[in-house]
Design a protein around this ligand. Structure first.
Ligand code: NAP
Ligand code: HSE
Length: 429
């Protein structure tokens, strides 16, 4: 049996969950890996804070040097944000420690340099928990899709926003009320703006993009739209049209080593779409590989136990699975397309009137727009329009002549996931 000393950085939802999981799963981990992981030191911000887990107080410190000096071979980083997390991770790697982190912001912004530093010091940095909570997506991509070129990724990558949108749609609950609940359940980031404004999903998409397309992108370049402007009225009208609204992350590469387009935005999925039923804190990542075709991974995307599971799986794999080699290059980034596809248009009306949908349809068809469907309710109207162009918005507003208090437009995804038939493999009989 090997004994491995672990230093925990952060003892909140994730750090606490890792500590508890290492204890509760000690027997099974020992049996399967012949390794005993012992937490020897825990770094926190506030030493005096009351900790609900018994027996940890003697391990708690606010001094990172003390962690490094406590006989650790692995550092688990669960602080969040870039600083001081980056500085601690760098120091840990330089000191010859392996690192396991749940920090997507850190890995999206500095992952390439940190992986390089880890290789230089002949240690590993693993970050399965940073994308999709408990879903083993990075391991699957890095180890079990080596022979595939991934062409497209579609994902629900943020548990907090999926939880909020699900509850708003199902119960008409208010955004603020459900966000407070997501925070209380430990799903949200320390600053929940990271969730609701789409930053968290952007970080996760940037990490997936490295693995899927071997392309390094700066997070600022990724199209980002959050969910703050979504109302229960909009969700209700989308539902009446046969759709659900999800914060969707999409990535696509056009040809081998070709340009990529990446974006995070609220999007409509037909209720028949495989990701439409992914509700609550669940996340889903759908990949399209050139050999395997469609692969969808679904699981809990946030919260103490799923996240701790991913971190502890990384710990268990540290001395077993090599880090995948990524020959990264820069690809041209195309703007995630607005024009050409189908679009959902929701208009909130100043007056509590219920406009006659057929009259509205006729008005838009008269000016040449392709209206797939239209519904109205007290105070709101929604359309599905084909072959959309952003410049049409002002034309629609003028033509309808309604008193609006809000207008939003969202992309509409098709009914399935795989866009085309798998080609037969040439030359193989
Ligand atoms: P959290 O509950 O807010 O815990 C953060 C911990 O870090 C606290 O123990 C805090 O200390 C400590 N800390 C904060 N600033 C520090 C500093 N300057 N020096 C030392 N310690 C510091 O956060 P969390 O939800 O566990 O998230 C941690 C990381 O995991 C983030 O990167 C997050 O994105 C990621 N993650 C979270 C989830 C989830 O479901 N929550 C899922 C996947 C990934 P005190 O206890 O003294 O305040
Ligand atoms: N705040 C994140 C989410 C945690 O809600 O998805 C998991 O990364």
């Amino acid at each position: 049996m090997k004994r491995i000393g672990v230093g925990l950085l952060g003892f909140g939802t994730v750090g606490g969950g890792v500590y508890k999981t290492l204890r509760s799963q000690e027997d099974v981990i020992l049996k399967r890996t012949e390794t005993l992981f012992e937490v020897r030191s825990i770094l926190v911000k506030e030493k005096e804070k009351e900790r609900s887990i018994e027996g940890v107080q003697p391990l708690i410190t606010t001094d990172f040097d003390r962690v490094l000096e406590s006989g650790v071979e692995v550092i688990v980083e669960a602080i969040g944000g870039t600083e001081p997390a980056r500085m601690y991770v760098e120091r840990a790697l330089e000191a010859g420690c392996h690192v396991v982190t749940a920090n997507k912001e850190l890995m999206a912004k500095h992952g390439v340099q940190l992986e390089r530093l880890a290789r230089h010091h002949q240690v590993q940095i693993l970050y399965e928990a940073s994308v999709g909570g408990g879903i083993p997506v990075l391991g699957t991509m890095g180890h079990f899709l080596k022979a595939n070129r991934v062409q497209r990724i579609t994902g629900i990558l943020n548990g907090t926003t999926n939880y909020i949108l699900t509850r708003m749609a199902r119960e008409g609950a208010s955004f603020e009320e459900v966000l407070a609940e997501a925070q209380q359940k430990g799903y949200a980031e320390a600053d929940p703006a990271a969730d609701v404004d789409g930053f968290d999903a952007v970080y996760k998409l940037a990490i997936l993009c490295r693995l899927a397309f071997e392309t390094q992108v700066s997070v600022q370049q990724i199209l980002r739209e959050g969910i703050r402007d979504i109302t229960p009225e909009e969700l209700e009208l989308a539902q009446r049209l046969g759709y659900v609204v999800k914060l969707l992350a999409t990535g696509e590469q056009y040809g081998e080593k070709g340009p990529v387009s990446l974006g995070v935005s609220p999007s409509l999925l037909p209720i028949s779409h495989p990701l439409a039923g992914v509700e609550g804190v669940y996340n889903a990542i759908h990949l399209e590989g050139d050999v395997v075709g469609d692969v969808t991974l679904v699981g809990r995307g946030a919260g103490e136990r799923p996240t701790a599971s991913a971190v502890v799986e990384d710990l268990s794999n540290l001395f077993r699975l090599p880090s995948p080699k990524l020959p990264l290059s820069d690809s041209m980034l195309l703007p995630a397309g607005e024009a050409g596809g189908s679009r959902f248009l929701f208009m909130k009306l100043r007056e509590g009137e219920v406009p006659e949908p057929e009259k509205l349809r006729q008005k838009l068809e008269r000016i040449g727009l392709e209206v797939v469907d239209v519904v109205s309710a007290r105070g709101g109207v929604a359309f599905i329009l084909r072959r959309w162009d952003p410049s049409y918005t002002s034309v629609v507003v003028t033509e309808l002549g309604l008193e609006l208090s809000q207008i939003v437009s969202r992309p509409v995804q098709g009914g399935g996931l795989c866009q085309e038939q798998q080609p037969e493999m040439e030359g193989v009989v």
